[in-house]
Ligand binder design. Structure first.
Ligand SMILES: [Ca+2]
Ligand SMILES: [Ca+2]
Length: 341
């Protein structure tokens, strides 16, 4: 709550004093520290802005739709953009960085027009020094303000459209590669009675893996009928434990069938706690941004076969199925990547 208070209070009253402070470099583990009840321990004493470094885990358009939409209403956020950045070495944690178009649901909060929104995500998708378009696997540095929401501390604009609340992402090194996904089973996330393991020291369970790339081994999807972009599936280990998968917007979820049988799942361990107010000891799930149709691992292994430019679906032949996908997207534009200033 403190960060939200400052978000409104600082620019009006203390702006020139507080915002003159230099951003403070922190590890992801420091930033994500929690109390026994799961609330933020960093937020108690945190600075105005932080700087974190790590590996970019996802391309944002494969997770949330950046397309601008100024329609305002409950839960209508318009365009959204979110990336996860994972620490390296001893820094076993990761942080989500989020921005939305229609903040205007709280005191002092305004929305971005479509044009303003496009300018924001065009900026965030590119390294400010070189113009390089970020992609998953880059080492990046993020500087900005933050808010605790539903179990984790997010770097964001504190729901403010004022330029001094912008966060920035800079390239440290392009194409470092994604972190090796840590092999885990559902026994690392759930007790035998299927309740979530919550450790406030963040040394095991969902807190330990939150914001990190993991490989959930030997699970079965119990509700394949829900398969599709943006859907939620449930997996089981066959021993009474279950876990939610949040599918991203990757084209593979439309193109390929849901993998059957015992599979591994590669994704980003995330937390969005349920309830009002949210209980930050619950709500862990796995985000899978895309699927490449390989049949054994639910995820995108990143090296499609075929090498034929027109083979949109990578089945080794260029035919009407490929043309149908091309036609369905004809003249479509991806906000934040095309026609940027
Ligand atoms: Ca948490
Ligand atoms: Ca094809």
């Amino acid at each position: 709550m403190k960060a939200r208070f400052w978000a409104v209070f600082v620019p009006v009253v203390l702006g020139p004093l507080v915002m003159a402070q230099a951003p403070v470099p922190v590890t992801h583990r420091e930033l994500q520290a929690v109390h026994a009840d799961g609330s933020s321990a960093f937020d108690d004493h945190g600075p105005w802005q932080v700087v974190v470094e790590g590996i970019l885990l996802n391309n944002p358009e494969q997770w949330l739709d950046p397309t601008p939409d100024p329609t305002v209403g409950p839960w209508l956020m318009g365009g959204q953009w979110e990336v996860f950045v994972q620490g390296e070495g001893e820094d076993h944690a990761g942080t989500a960085c989020w921005i939305g178009q229609n903040y205007g649901n709280g005191p002092g909060e305004e929305n971005y027009t479509n044009g303003e929104w496009l300018a924001e995500i065009c900026r965030l998708n590119r390294d400010p020094q070189t113009g390089y378009v970020f992609r998953a696997g880059d080492r990046v540095r993020v500087t900005g303000t933050y808010l605790f929401y539903a179990g984790k501390l997010n770097i964001n604009e504190n729901h403010q459209t004022l330029p001094q609340f912008d966060f920035t992402m800079e390239l440290v090194k392009a194409g470092v590669g994604l972190p090796q996904p840590e092999p885990i089973t559902l026994a690392d996330l759930k007790y035998a009675d299927d309740t979530e393991i919550f450790d406030p020291n963040r040394l095991r369970g969902g807190e330990y893996y939150q914001g990190c790339r993991v490989r959930l081994e030997e699970v079965t999807i119990v509700n394949p009928e829900n398969w599709g972009p943006g859907q939620t599936l449930t997996v089981t280990d066959g021993q009474g434990r279950t876990f939610p998968l949040r599918l991203g917007l990757g084209t593979g979820f439309s193109r390929y069938a849901c993998p059957g049988g015992v599979i591994d799942v590669i994704g980003i361990l995330n937390q969005v706690a349920p309830g009002f107010p949210p209980d930050p000891r619950k709500g862990y799930h796995l985000i899978v941004p895309n699927y490449d149709g390989n049949g054994l691992v639910l995820g995108d292994l990143g090296h499609p076969r075929g090498n034929l430019a027109g083979d949109v679906n990578h089945d080794g032949v260029v035919n009407l199925l490929d043309l149908a996908e091309l036609a369905a997207d004809w003249l479509a534009v991806r906000a934040g990547l095309y026609d940027c200033p």
